[in-house]
Write a protein that binds this ligand. Structure first.
Ligand code: BTN
Length: 263
């Protein structure tokens, strides 16, 4: 990735996020290293960023392909909220990414429940939040963000991902300045996280929904071995996706993958 950490930190307008950055050419997973460091007491805002990940991880035990040219990083958070609240941090991160991509590059971004950021229906960023708790007490949360930035997905991704993923390079037809993107993301994440801590989830969810192109659409939701088809009605304050199924019943889904069937 070739981020010059000193230069990045000089221009970084944050209080805590990114004041400590560990940059590695290669790592298994930035989330795993951040977790380990958090276990040793790493402070809130510490960041691990890597040029490539050899075993990048996605949601639901999937892998995450992490070639050179992407932005792969994880932030340690120590929110003083209960575990049930902290699960909403995935929306904080999704909103931060959506706003930054729109502001920096003017692309039409969409959020997709629960953790994706899309451009023209294809995934440009994924977010993996992982929590360590003692009962309802949150010890730390790792927010891992993967942005497909400076590579061509058609050249570097496996066949099955080529039609569902995209990159900033594919969308903009040029490479982006990773340092600028990284700095903007850290600043935005810190701001939206502060909003979440101060005012609760409502304002964050409200803004997140303004990007949620799937709301009002026919979707298919897969969760484990189950599958539901229906209209995506809303995302509620507890983070659940509300659907109206084809038989008219209303279903609340907490974990799953959404595929759009029609707009
Ligand atoms: C998903 O969409 O399934 C989530 C993908 C999250 C990928 C990022 S890349 C940085 C961090 N380290 C990981 O191993 N995963 C997250």
């Amino acid at each position: 990735m070739n981020v010059n950490v000193d230069r990045l930190q000089e221009g970084l307008r944050t209080k805590r996020f990114g004041k400590n950055i560990i940059f590695l050419r290669e790592v298994g997973s930035t989330n795993d290293l951040a977790k380990e460091l958090a276990g040793y007491g790493a402070v809130e805002g510490m960041v691990v960023v890597a040029e490539t990940q050899t075993v990048g991880r996605g949601r639901l035990d999937r892998g995450w392909v992490s070639p050179k040219g992407g932005l792969w990083f994880s932030v340690v958070l120590r929110p003083k909220v209960r575990a049930g609240e902290a699960v909403r941090l995935v929306f904080v991160a999704g909103l931060a990414v959506a706003e930054v991509l729109r502001e920096l590059y003017g692309v039409r971004v969409e959020t997709k429940w629960p953790n994706d950021v899309l451009v023209k229906g294809r995934k440009v960023c994924g977010i993996l939040t992982e929590m360590n708790t003692t009962g309802e007490k949150v010890n730390y949360v790792i927010v891992g963000v993967g942005v497909n930035a400076n590579f061509d997905v058609k050249k570097v991704f496996p066949e099955d991902l080529k039609t569902v993923a995209t990159s900033l390079e594919n969308e903009l037809g040029r490479k982006v300045r990773l340092e600028e993107l990284f700095r903007a993301l850290l600043e935005k994440l810190e701001n939206i996280y502060a909003l979440f801590l101060k005012e609760g989830f409502g304002p964050v969810l409200g803004k997140w929904k303004t990007y949620a192109g799937f709301l009002g659409c026919q979707v298919e939701v897969a969760s484990g071995t189950e599958k539901w088809v229906g209209l995506a009605l809303d995302v509620e304050n507890d983070g659940a996706l509300i659907m109206r199924l084809e038989d008219g019943t209303v279903k609340r889904v907490f974990v799953g993958d959404v595929t759009l069937r029609s707009r």
